[in-house]
Structures are given as structure tokens and as C-alpha cells.
Write a protein of this length. Sequence first.
Lengths: 774, 164
Amino acid sequence: MAQAMRPQMMGARVSRVEDPRLLSGQARFLDDIQVPGMLEVAFVRSPHAAARIRGIHTEKAVQYPGVHAVLTHQECSVLLWERDTYKVGQPVLANGEVCYVGQPVVAIVAENRYVAEDAAELVVVEYEPVTPVLDMRESILEQPRRVHPEAENVFFHKKYATPGFDEAFAKAPHHLTASFRTNRQTAVSMEPRGTAAMVDAASGRVTVYASTQSPHRMREDISHLMEIPEHLVRVIVPEVGGGFGMKANCYPEDIVVVAAALKYKKPVKWVSDRMESLETDVHARDDIHDVEVAFDGDGKIIAIRDHLMADGGAYPAYPFSGAVGETSLASRVLTGPYDIPHLATEIHCTYSNKTPLGAYRGVWGPIASFIQEGVVDRVARHLGLDSAEVRRRNMIRPGQFPYRNAAGMVYDEGSYLQSMEEALTLIGYEGFRARQAKLREEGRYLGIGISVFVEPTAMASSEAGSVGYESCTIRIEPSGKVTAALGLGPSGQGHETTMAQIIADQLGVRFEDIVILHGDTDSAPFGGGTGGSRSGPIGGGAALVAGRQMRERLVKYAASLLEAGEEDIELGNGQAWVAGVPDRSIAIRTIAETAYTNVRKIPEGLPIGLELTARYLPKRPVTFSNGTHIAEVEVDIHTGVVEVTRYAVVNDCGTLINPTIVEGQIHGGVAQGIGSAILEALHYDEDGQLVTTSLLDYLLPESTDVPRIDVRHLETPSEGEGGIKGMGEGSLIAAPAAIVNAISDALTPFDGMVDTLPVTPPMVLQMVSGGRTR
Amino acid sequence: MVPITLTVNGVKHALEVEPRWLLADVLRDELHLTGTHLGCEQGVCGACTVLLDGRPARSCLTLAVTASGCEITTVEGLAKDGVLHPVQEAFWQEHALQCGFCTPGFLMTAAHFLENNPNPTRSAIREALSGNLCRCTGYQHIVNAVERAATIIREGDSHAISQD
Ligand code: FES
Ligand code: FES
């Protein structure tokens, strides 16, 4: 193979091209978009979990100086309803009833946000409260009532069992049961949601700036819901300050802003404040799992039965409900990296009078890992075995790939056992037990927790509601510089850097000579956007395929212009040359010049110009990343406070594009995992009021909460393009389980076992005092 | 409307503001310095941190009128003559940002911290940054960056001295 085919940039620790603008305050986020005459929106939101609307009085608001318009359901009646899947949809502005606190009821469009909020306070809505539906188990039984009279509370129900499950389960020598609870959490991107829209008077097209992960999906949604032909809608995604799955939906506010811009022919903007974001960004992780396990005396797990329940909130988020994503995928990957032959699952997803459930990084994963790793530790404790040893005994072996799990998911090759063994070495598992025993005598409670995870990535259909492929357009400009465009919607992942790394290797041009465009539906080819850990493997795959096709074209040019055989042409450093004869070379710039301006010299059969689009659909419907996290914690049994003291990760996401960026993703996911495990919970009171509406109540991990994280890489390539596997979610999938297992381990003397996420200091104290021992 | 003067990144501005306008909004909407970000408007996240007479302040909790007459430095004022501030340079080298939304606040906090703590320990750095929230990075690369920035500044200084 030609020398230049050897990757130079792929796998390199390249500094990001995105950073200079972000570091100097020059980047443009949604709220930085300021257009002369732009109006701003404030929403009047429901203060009730459930109420009928008896009247809306907007007269005073309409007359308030600086107010341009006031919209209610009458003026904007779009319904966020995915009719094929769900029986109900959410009106973008409430229609006669409200179903959760924070639901948009009235929109005020005013000359600035201060005025809009003043006017919002003048709106009077007459409510007649009704009993809210707040308890998941009761809701499944249609108690105390139906959330929507026209639909059963349970909107998704599914049962599955492996053949022979009952017999295998009954015959097993040992059984145990546990109920696992995850409490509502949410993504809390540091940049809140926001949308701006403006109409081009000349063309009649509407340009929508949206802080979203999926530009084309957003364009489709707006086009479809508002009945505007899609070529009249342009979606531009500016810099996005974090998404984590939460910005994968189309929200009521998006539609209201576009509707207002169209109706009043003015630029209109809305940006969420933090209280709005905690109330109305999709929530996640509101799940209960009632689990029964059957195992033998060696700790080999034979069968798992799980009743999965999720509270989907008041409406299905548009276009997908996170409750379905969290449960149905969890049910399919519940056996994790273990060779467990039997599985039986039943799923109930139900409505309530709470905020709709959507995606948050990992979606089903942190929940499934919490259960799967919690089960292994319970089996180990039940039998008095070492928990690493129980994992070894159950682990899928290298010879078993491709491995079909009990739910029928096929795992491609991974490094399950190796990742665990290396992580055990990295954290110093051997020495830990002695240290633990010694400190315990001093009244200090250390614990260690293992979490071996699998991460399905690059799924044919993901929670982003995306298409299964991604597209990449590459254009070598007449100057030889390269512009490439993808349908991705990055929110900090550094795609402008990683995609350029991939393309540089293929084209043999300098990394600095490539610009990556994304997030503008006018320039990017149709694609699925960013979500479900797809951008690396599918987006990167598309960049690779497009790059290779362009490379072939460059080789044909070079062969013809240098009068050599195609097989002898090598590319690199902006040049093409004949192998072994570096003097016989031509600059890619000269090839580009030929392709655009000296067209008579274009080799037979090649089109004019250097531009092409490639679409890449992976052959496998999914590729699995894997790895192991091990956390060490210290629990203060007098205060219940948990400190995560040491942390080790061995991660395998196939071929690495940029290890530094991968490590950054892992660090961030672990920090979020610490939040998930011990800090973050959205609380509703008995009236259905969300009481955690500021970052003083909803606690994010701070720099002092996160320990140094030691990361090592393994590389088991996928069978897809470039051997790339996705990795955006694995760290948050694995981390909560590692941390709570470490807490359970620390509390072994008290017989404590964590069964709730997050586990807060009062819960720890209760475990210490024996309140929850089992 | 109340008349105020603000000196921002060395440039003096005479402005008319409503008494209730936040300093952050005046910087962003009136002066179009949108590098200062609002992540919570609740005084928690630190994204809105600017230097007010040389000390870090949350511009989401500061009314513009109370800052009248003050010297303000925002992230736009960190680089000098097109050369990145050592903290900016170190954040770039150490991959201390992902989405970059929190970054301006971290840069201002870190720049101020290093002025008074030229040779900090890692735990002192973590402590100093604990009033700034980042959802993307897990902080490790940020701590690395502040450590590196300290080195750059110290070496720059010793350079300056040895050149004398
Ligand atoms: S915006 Fe000021 S502290 Fe968050
Ligand atoms: S880099 Fe995204 S919040 Fe810090």
C-alpha cells in the first residue's frame, strides 16, 4: 500500500481548531445572535402539575409598552404529536389544560426580555387544579386517574422471555431479589436551550437558529409541524454549549419562536433561563426496576427477570419519549458484558403530571449498568465471593464473539475481560483490601466499586431520532484548500478537528488546509446529527468514505498528468508523486486548478471540478464499545458524605481518532456519573411542584468533587469504516454503577447495599444505622 | 435611565442604563461583548465571571449601575496584541474546553488566581475553581491547564528577568 495511506493524523493528539474562537470570547452561541429589530420572547408557564384552564386574560399584557404580540393556543395551535407512535401530543401552548409545572401557556413577544417578563406577569390565567398523577406504580394502575382521558396511562408495554426461562430460573440453586430506583435527573448543558428565527423578505424563506444536536431533524420537524416546504426552511446551528441528548428534541418553544417570526415578519429570539431549563428541558432516568436473579453456588448467573418501569412525564417528548428509550434498550443490554443465558423482561412506560422524559447521555445505559453491576455485587456478597472473581466467572470470553446476548443483541469483538484485569491493576485492587481493612479499624470506611460496561454505539436508529447513515461533502477548492461539510450537530465534541484529521490522511493535504462545516442545512448534506454516540463511527466513517473517493479521483488526475500508473501514485503533504521518483510530482493545488480552470486537461471520464458527497451506512446495526471503571470512595459514616477518592478507566472504543478528545469525553462522563451517583436529583413535592429549580438545589459536581481520573486505552477495531466505535456515552454509562458499588462496599460492615440513584447523605446515614439493611 | 461610565478592557464607555439592568446584559447587549456568558443567572455557575477592578465578580449578580466608574476586564480583554494570555494558551494546549460555554468564566477566575498564586498545588487550583461549573470536561484538563499556565507565567517572568 502506498506510503501516504499510512495514517498520520488519525490517532494523533491534535489540538482543536475550534478553540481559539472559544478562548477569546469570539464564538457565537445562540444568545449571541443579535439582529437589529430582534424581538424577544418570555413564556407564561403553568404553576400547576394538573389543572383545567378556565380563562386566559392577556389584555394588560397586550397594552404594556414594548409588547408586540401575545400568543395563546388560539394564535399558535401546533401540536407536537408523533401520530404513528403515540396517542397524545403536546400543544406548543396549552389548550384548555395544563399537565406539568412549567408547561408553556402564553408567549409574550416584546422588544426585549425585560419587557417581555414584565408583561408576562400581567397575564392572568384562571386554573382549576385537578389531582396530579405523580406515582409511577399507581399510574400504571390508572390511579388516581388517567393523565389524558383519551389514552391509557401506560403508553408502552412489552414482554420478552428467552425460551425455557421459567424452568431455568426455578431450577437454579440460589435466588435473590432487589428493587432499583433511579431518580429524575437532567442534562443541564451550561448553555441553556434557545431558538431564534427570522424571515427573508425576498425569498420568503425562514432561517432558524437552533441550539440543537440535529440540524436536519430540526428542519424536518419545523417543516412537517408547521407545513412549510423544507426548502423554505434553513436551520443554522451556532456554537452549542453542551447538549448531552437533551438538545435532540424539538420543543414547544422552538415552534412558537418560528411561528412568531413568520406571523410578525420580525426576527424573534427566545433563550431559556436556568429555572425554565430545569423545569422544561427533558428530564431523564425516572425508572424503577424490580429484579429477580437466579444463580449457582459458584456465582454463575443463570437468569435475570426484570420488571422495568419508567415515568415518561406528561407527554411524549417530540419526536420520541425518553421513557421508551430508557427501558427498551436497557431491557436488551441488561446482561451487559456477562454470558447470562436467560432473561425475562416486562416494560411499562407510563404518563404522569411531570416534565416529559427525553434523552440524557447514556439514556438507558447508566440505569442498566447500575442494575447489572448491582446484581453481580449482590450475588458476590450473597455467596461471600470476591466481586471481581464473580465478574470473571460470568464474563463473555474472547472466543465467543460475535456474541448474541439473551435479548438477541449481537456484540462485535470487544476486550471485556482484559479491560477489567487492566483496570484492577491500574487501581491497585490487590493492595486495596489490606488498606481498607486497616483503615476500617481506625473508623474510616473506604470502598471499591467495579463497573464493566458495554456501550452500543452507532445504532441504525438512535435516540436522536436520526437516520442510520451520515453524509459528507468534500470540495477541493480551485486553490487546493479543502472544504468538507457534514450533517453533524456537535456540542463540544470537536468534530471540526477530528473530521479534518480523517480527511487529511485520505487526501494527503495538510490538516490546516481543511475546514469542516456543519450545522447549516443550506451547506451540509442531509444527515442524522449528533446523538447516540454516532458522530465518530458514522460521521467519521462518512468522512473516510468521501475522503477515499476523492483520493481516488486525485490519483487518477496525478497518474494522467504525470503519465504514470495509478498504482504508482502516492499522496501527502499537499503533493502527488510517483512512488520512488519524488521529482515526478504535482501539487494538489495544480490538480485542483486543472479540475476547475484548465478543464481540457481533465483525464478522460472524470467530471469537472473536485466535489463529491458520500453517504455511509454501517453494515452492522450497532457496534459495541466496552471498558471498565473502578472507583474508590471514602464514606463518612457520621455525616453520610461520600468522597470519590481515586478513579481508574480502561476504555476500548476501537480505533482512536484523537486520544486527547476521547479522554476529555471520558473525564466529563465520569464527572456526570459522580453527579448521577451522589448529587443530582430533581424533586417533586406531593402537589407535583418541582422544588429543584436552581443550581443551588440541583447540585452539579464541582472541581473539588471529581478526583484525578486515570485513563488507559485498548483498541479493538470495529468492522466498520476506520475501525471506529462510538464513545460519547460509555463513561456516564459506567460511572454511577462503579461509584455506588464502591459505597456499598464501604458499607459492608453495616450490610448496606445501595439501591437508589443518587444516594444522598441521609440515605447513607440510614444504611449505616441499619434502616435499609437487607 | 441612569447615566453610567464603564471602562471595559481599557476602553471608556458612557452609557444610559435602566437601574435594574445586569452588568452581564449591559456588556453583552449594549457593548456587544458576548464572550461573557450567562449559565444560570443564579450566581452559581460562574460563567459570567468578569474582573471588576481586578477582582472576579459575577456579572449576573451585579447591577450595571453599581459598577459605574469601575474598570472591567472581560474574556475579550485577556489576549494582548493578538497574543493569547498564558491561561488561554494553556487551556488550548491541555484541551481544557469542550463546548467552551463555561470557558470565559474559568479563564477570568484562573487568570486572577494565578496573579496571586504563582506556584499553586493541584488541590489549591481545584479549590480556586470550585465556584465555576463545567458540565463537559470533568475539570481534570482544566486543572492541568491552570498548572501549565502557572509554569508559562513563571518561565515568562524568569525570562524577562534574565533578559534584563
Ligand atoms: S450566570 Fe452568573 S453565576 Fe451563573
Ligand atoms: S466546556 Fe462545556 S461546560 Fe465547560
